[in-house]
Design a protein around this ligand. Sequence first.
Ligand SMILES: *[C@@H]1O[C@H](CO)[C@@H](O)[C@H](O)[C@H]1NC(C)=O
Ligand SMILES: *[C@@H]1O[C@H](CO)[C@@H](O)[C@H](O)[C@H]1NC(C)=O
Ligand SMILES: *[C@@H]1O[C@H](CO)[C@@H](O)[C@H](O)[C@H]1NC(C)=O
Ligand SMILES: *[C@@H]1O[C@H](CO)[C@@H](O)[C@H](O)[C@H]1NC(C)=O
Ligand SMILES: *[C@@H]1O[C@H](CO)[C@@H](O)[C@H](O)[C@H]1NC(C)=O
Ligand SMILES: *[C@@H]1O[C@H](CO)[C@@H](O)[C@H](O)[C@H]1NC(C)=O
Ligand SMILES: *[C@@H]1O[C@H](CO)[C@@H](O)[C@H](O)[C@H]1NC(C)=O
Ligand SMILES: *[C@@H]1O[C@H](CO)[C@@H](O)[C@H](O)[C@H]1NC(C)=O
Ligand SMILES: *[C@@H]1O[C@H](CO)[C@@H](O)[C@H](O)[C@H]1NC(C)=O
Ligand SMILES: *[C@@H]1O[C@H](CO)[C@@H](O)[C@H](O)[C@H]1NC(C)=O
Ligand SMILES: *[C@@H]1O[C@H](CO)[C@@H](O)[C@H](O)[C@H]1NC(C)=O
Ligand SMILES: CC(=O)N[C@H]1CO[C@H](CO)[C@@H](O)[C@@H]1O
Length: 708
Amino acid sequence: MKNKKLIWSVFVVTVLFACVTIISCNKKFDEPPAFVNPNVKPNITIAAFKTKYNPGTSAVLITGNDTLSGIVVGDDKSGNIYKQLFIQDASGGICLSLDGTNLYTNYPVGRKVDVVCKGLYIVNKNGFIQLGNIDNTNTFVGIASTLFVNYLIRDTLYSRAYVDSNLAKTVTLAQLTTNNQSMLVRIENAQINTTDTSKTYADTSAAKNSTKINLNDACGNTSSGYMYNSGYANFAGIKVPKGNGTFFGIFVPYNSDKEFMIRDTADVKLYNARCGSTGGTPPPAGVLTVSQLRAMYTGTDVILGSNTTKGIVIANPSNLSAGNLIIQDGNMGIDLYFGSTAPTTNFAVGDSIVLDITGGKLTNYKGMVELSLAAAQLPTAKAGTGKTVTPVAATIAQINSNLGSTGTGSLENIVLQIVSATVSGTGTTYSGNQTLADASGTIVLYTNATYTALAGATMPTTCENWVGYANRYTTPQFQIRTTSDATAGTGCSTTPPPTGGTGITLTTSPTTLDFNSLASGFPTGVSVYTAATATAFGTAVTTAPAAQTWGYVSTGFFNYASGTGLGASASTTVQGAATNRALGTRQTGTTDIGQAFVFQFTNTTGKTNFAMNFQLQSLDSSSTRTTTWRVDYGFGTAPTTFTQATNVTGTLTTGNSLFTNNNVNVAFGNALDNQSGNVWIRIVELAATVGSGTRATTGIDDVKFTWQ
Ligand SMILES: *[C@@H]1O[C@H](CO)[C@@H](O)[C@H](O)[C@H]1NC(C)=O
Ligand SMILES: *[C@@H]1O[C@H](CO)[C@@H](O)[C@H](O)[C@H]1NC(C)=O
Ligand SMILES: *[C@@H]1O[C@H](CO)[C@@H](O)[C@H](O)[C@H]1NC(C)=O
Ligand SMILES: *[C@@H]1O[C@H](CO)[C@@H](O)[C@H](O)[C@H]1NC(C)=O
Ligand SMILES: *[C@@H]1O[C@H](CO)[C@@H](O)[C@H](O)[C@H]1NC(C)=O
Ligand SMILES: *[C@@H]1O[C@H](CO)[C@@H](O)[C@H](O)[C@H]1NC(C)=O
Ligand SMILES: *[C@@H]1O[C@H](CO)[C@@H](O)[C@H](O)[C@H]1NC(C)=O
Ligand SMILES: *[C@@H]1O[C@H](CO)[C@@H](O)[C@H](O)[C@H]1NC(C)=O
Ligand SMILES: *[C@@H]1O[C@H](CO)[C@@H](O)[C@H](O)[C@H]1NC(C)=O
Ligand SMILES: *[C@@H]1O[C@H](CO)[C@@H](O)[C@H](O)[C@H]1NC(C)=O
Ligand SMILES: *[C@@H]1O[C@H](CO)[C@@H](O)[C@H](O)[C@H]1NC(C)=O
Ligand SMILES: CC(=O)N[C@H]1CO[C@H](CO)[C@@H](O)[C@@H]1O
């Protein structure tokens, strides 16, 4: 059908809007008259009627008292069919050309209509027969809406389901001839030609061009049809389904082309696996729970069939990238993306929504499962408001591990509570990426800078409990909705172990850390802490150690010249030029207890009999107090107990007005053998320094691990 819709669209919309306004203002008086059984006697079938008048390209006047009776099989509700109705009886179908809009309000699919044809005109344009009128230049036109009452008589109303199952005959594309035109037909084993499977139903640009979507049947063995979809259809922007299945459409010949008009996307039930493909289980049709939706995503994009889903909005859209909503349904959540200009900020945390997800795409967005939908699928109204979702308690380590692989994370995008965690990072407000830490690990706490209500708020410096949701933006992140998602907590155990590292490589024994490249950061698997205790790592110091001289008296972890080969009196210039470096720390009153050097191995699978050798250097002979070090070890993601190594030889003190380079050997026996998880070794000082005056500058160098 080649409707010339565009030129008239502005005019029509204006008139339509005026009509709607008037109707809604005068509803009581303008309602159509109640249905009365019409006193008309249809006496000709549609097929016989078309044969009787056998129209050509010039419109033919209906001279006989012929009355047709057919059931509407296609109406204008979705905007795809325009100023036309298709009616069908047992013999065939015909298109009624009607100069009116919202025809479906009086003549919806399923409405039986008796057409008193005398005085109307019938025409055949390019093989397509229409019944209508002519204007004063003898041009074929639709029947004026004021004249509908003269020609169209409303009869019994049937359901769309009745129409689809009783009127739509199953055909193949090859069987269809012009005699079958304007009938609703059903085609099995249909699928959209791969040339068109990534298209939307029609053009969504301002041009709103109609679009041909090529359709095959017999699983693609034949090719001779297409959907012809209007850019004005309310489904124009929805992606076509890619599967095989049942197709319903109104057959409209256009010369030798087999063109189909669909009523809406429910006519395109192409959600079985594509013929001949091994594409896995096809998505089920139906009202899908978020849990079912997530289960469909197994690593490759999935295009959904006709269906709906529902959920409660759990994230403030202002804290998301534009056009997203996150909903939770039961114990599962999902991110919905409607395109960056969709007005998702119309929704708030606690609103519930129900939405059509037909043609939606389940995909992987930066490691998160996303359901990508057309903007038109964003509901215009809320289904409910004020809903609450009970948070699920989780530790940061559990969240990080759960979000590990796209699609499998059951904690992704649901309301979570992280108990006893502290936030730290850049600046004093939430804006941007901050670090949230509990006893198990750390995660990025992200707040969109443009969401000023939260981004501009001051971060708490105290121990808090945190309600929010987690997902991945390449790496895991946690987001809260408002400042009240953080409430006072207790028992924050300072800082978690280093995360994400690959640990020290244990390819061949021995492996040695010489610290000569400290200027470019910590070696892999090495980290340093303050405030370490017997049961906790303490507070991680993540800034790269700056080069410093031995006598520098402010606390911190530094990149020193190694004590190996230099004497106590080496000048600051000599120290600065030294290429042999050591990792070290200067203690002060605030760091009297708890400085630690930590080494991580992600596993010791297949390895036994670990030993460690290192140089413990006392680098500032003017420091009078004595610090005593020990070596201990722990296991797992976040050990809360450490075992002191006992088979240790060498001097484990620094300071005491000495410049020393002590060789220390530690034999772990079988204690570290064959661990499938993390193994941590610390050189740590857990007791107060002894003496008075200044505290030590302590370096470690040439840390060597051996095993069998
Ligand atoms: C149509 O019906 C009218 C009366 O209902 C009658 O006068 C007229 O002759 C009929 N015309 C034909 C062509 O049968
Ligand atoms: C239908 O009935 C009218 C008279 O009411 C007649 O003019 C017309 O020819 C009839 N049509 C057919 C196909 O019998
Ligand atoms: C299509 O038209 C042909 C020829 O008139 C007819 O035999 C066939 O039954 C029609 N098919 C349907 C589905 O009505
Ligand atoms: C719409 O149709 C016009 C006229 O054929 C064409 O020039 C234009 O490129 C089309 N636009 C789109 C987006 O298809
Ligand atoms: C498609 O063609 C293949 C090979 O010719 C045949 O085996 C298969 O049955 C056909 N499928 C349908 C649905 O016609
Ligand atoms: C799909 O479309 C292409 C390009 O128009 C055409 O060559 C091919 O024959 C079509 N395939 C089928 C099965 O219709
Ligand atoms: C294709 O869809 C039809 C329903 O139209 C179904 O009967 C058939 O099993 C499907 N074929 C495949 C391969 O899924
Ligand atoms: C931040 O919010 C603005 C406004 O909603 C949005 O346009 C932008 O995409 C968001 N940025 C990120 C990274 O989420
Ligand atoms: C936050 O971190 C992510 C990577 O994790 C990065 O892509 C993003 O740009 C960062 N955002 C800000 C505001 O720093
Ligand atoms: C142990 O860690 C190494 C990396 O050091 C890794 O390649 C290997 O897969 C790990 N083995 C096990 C059993 O986890
Ligand atoms: C301590 O380590 C050494 C060197 O590996 C070993 O010979 C010795 O037996 C160990 N002592 C104990 C008590 O395990
Ligand atoms: C529009 C549509 O196809 N909806 C389907 C959603 O799924 C249910 C249950 O499978 C079907 O009954 C509906 O027809």
